[in-house]
Design a binder for this molecule. Sequence first.
Ligand code: HEM
Length: 495
Amino acid sequence: MPWLGHAMAFRKNMFEFLRHMQAKHGDIFTVQLGGQYFTFVMDPLSFGPILKDAQRKLDFVEYAQKLVLKVFGYRSVQGDYRMIHSASTKHLMGEGLEELNKVMLDTLSLVMLGPTGPSLDTHHWREDGLFHFCYNILFKAGYLSLFGYTKDKEQDLLQAEELFLEFRKYDRLFPRFVYSLLGPREWLEVGRLQRLFHKELSVEHNLEKYGVSNWITYMLQFLREQGVSPAMQDKFNFMMLWASQGNTGPTSFWALLFLLKHPEAMRAVREEATRLLGEVRLEAKQSFKFGALHRMPVLDSVMEETLRLRASPTLLRVVNDDQILQMASGQEYLLRNGDILALFPYLSVHMDPDIHPEPTAFKYDRFLTASGSRKVDFYKAGKKIRHYTMPWGSGVSICPGRFLALNEMKLFILLMVMNFDLELVDPDTPVPPVDPQRWGFGTTQPSHEIHQEYTFRHRRSCRTTAESRQEDLNTGKEYIEPCKTEPEPEESTVL
Ligand code: HEM
């Protein structure tokens, strides 16, 4: 179609469209999508020069600035992109991250148990949609940990719950909003939601809060110093809420669902956790061996496999100046000034059977070596490949929150599998397919909800081993032999 090009087929199902194009045209092709030409590179052995971009002729910022102005109303200022990355290096990695881990664990406990801790009611079986359950908990815990509390925890939880419901409305509209496919009523709704988020996350509200993370504080200070207006800072906050909360909930959902569908994986995760941590109790101010989080190759492998199967980012760079791209095959191609260079690693890497045999299958130990450590050696066409998964993007635009995200999701999964009995309402229900609208937008979402039943089982930890075993045998529940806990090399952290 003139101007539109392949936009309709692309927007309907990006994955299928690109698969079709790759089969037809090979590892590099250019398509027109709504007036803009996109060159897709599908050979991961050729990614190196693109991601390194030694000549600085591929621009990530230009495209990102236009997008964030459209979807968050945020007008970028000089240096803010570099500032986000330096704020993240300082506060979402290293010592800053250790501090945030503790806050995150306390907040997860608060969200999962409520301000008064476990009650009798907590021990009843409850039913919920698994996607809603995971997204809701991760959102509230992430939001409160990063954007701060007031003195009234109960009120904070209520406000976070309301914000989550609005966030989901925006989230549902998001892919079609980016593609400018909304109807008139939906446009109005998007406007309302944007205004609501700008207000709820306003810097004025921030002043009433304590415990605002150093990450947010640092970034807002930079904007203030650059003379950015308070109204624009509110929009910046909305953008950060989106970046920090849009993927952790859906990823945790897929991870928990895969564990529920693969009992051998669930057993392996529980065994590793019991060996390293002893009990992981869900309570405020608990002692938790945070150092052990970095020594859990089984859980790491589960997370990496989940992200391989369900994270589908698109990496985009504006081509500045005509230039030659040399592919790994030696073949050279001309990239045209003004076109966009695009990578879609979900198809070209995650689903490549040469790199990951049986690519659509969940194998919890895919990222484990025979000796049980992290596996990092993967090959394509006999050559060792550096980018064997790319859920966080790569190069200049790599996700700066990836370490926090992983810790947060691992803490949630640990708290869930060690403190709750979980079952799918229909154990035979298959893993739902991905909603095709969400290809290319970070972690995908399911096409429909899956129902689970769960009950808190903290009281079990007070029982003797014999009581536990007997009770578990009586109820037919799985019993895990308590293992000797490995000694903790670092000081264990008591919150
Ligand atoms: C499972 C969870 C997450 C996934 C899969 C994920 C993935 C990504 C990806 C693929 C990008 C790069 C997009 C691009 O190339 O344009 C990105 C950017 C970003 N992420 Fe994450 N992310 C996650 C969680 C988080 C968290 C928890 C935070 C912060 C606390 C965060 C903060 C950001 C920010 C600020 C950016 C924009 C960086 C920039 O402007 O260069 N992310 N994320």
